[in-house]
Write a protein that binds this ligand. Sequence first.
Ligand SMILES: *Cc1c(COP(=O)(O)O)cnc(C)c1O
Length: 397
Amino acid sequence: MSGSENWIERGLTHVAKTYGRYPLVAASGTGCWLTDIDGKRYLDFLAGVAVNNLGHCHPKVVKALQEQAEKLLHCSNFYHIPAQIELAEILCQNSFGDRVFFCNSGAEANEAAIKLARKYNSDKGHKGRFEIITANASFHGRTLATISATGQEKMQTGFTPLMPGFKYVPFGEILALEEAISATTCAIMLEPIQGEGGVNVPPEGYLPAVRKLCNDNELLLIFDEVQVGMGRTGHLFAYQHDNVEPDIMTLAKALAGGPPIGAMIAREKHAEALGPGTHGSTFGGNPLVAAAALAALSSILEDGVIDNCVAMGSYLRKKLEHLKEKYPFIVDVRGRGLMFGMELSIEGGEIVKTALGRGLLINCTVGKVLRFVPPLIVTQNEIDQMISILDGIFAEI
Ligand SMILES: *Cc1c(COP(=O)(O)O)cnc(C)c1O
């Protein structure tokens, strides 16, 4: 048995079966490349599902972790934590926000956003205003509240009763949203571009119209930027494309360049609803992860990462569109920055498996949409290699 086979057999024995895992045993990584336990190298266009925006083991992030690990790993949020304070300052200086709550994942960040929306309205004396409108095909996480917020039945089946207080509308349709607003509505929660739901980009003007609806009806606008944030779409935050500021924004995935972190960012007038004792997280924003996030954020802001994302994004788009002209089973290519979906008229699962065998990591959402979310430091040469592997697979279909 090879090293991989042994690990795979053991992995299938005692680890929870919550993921349909591919036969790859991860050992190390650098830049856009992941290496398995047998030494095979993979070009990583999944990047931990948009987590490794700086590639694997970015030297600045690794150094920050090493230095912080020797000083202090963890201390309670009962005390002030310098790296967490600096991280909050930089996030607020670079966004609409005034205050940041730190947690450990995207789902937790969205939980915090949902709790803030309810608490703000409760404090205001808005009796019975608790409902949050979300979109069909959205994805907000796997906890009970966040699967309730997620407009995908397959995430909810078997887990009922769901948490009350959510209503779903078609994504990108402003009239449907307008009609869904009622006396019980307190907020609208959307991904500026839907990730898991198939890389769905809303029509031009949709997000500004949603902002206006929120203003007119005194609703909070929550943007889930867990996947699209941190430079992924060619701005630090996706909302900056349309110049539509939310009231609450959630971040996670790429925020710390790999280590687990989540954040909920809000304006002061709303954030003050979460006072001492109303919410918390043991690990949230702890010294180690905050140090990593500071390093990751400074690299994104100072090392030309977003410029590279924009340049490589338009190069990758051209290449994907070129494939679309060549193969009739490619229905659509869509996305922004370095986040692309390629919708097929056929199932994508087998293509993902074949790509893995040929040393390329991609994934497939909603059955037929191949998703490309490479590290934002990807080079033209790596894009060419990716396209060449994909072209080879498509040619055999
Ligand atoms: C991944 C994701 C989440 C959930 O994040 P976890 O860290 O897995 O809890 C929530 N929202 C969006 C848009 C995501 O892409």
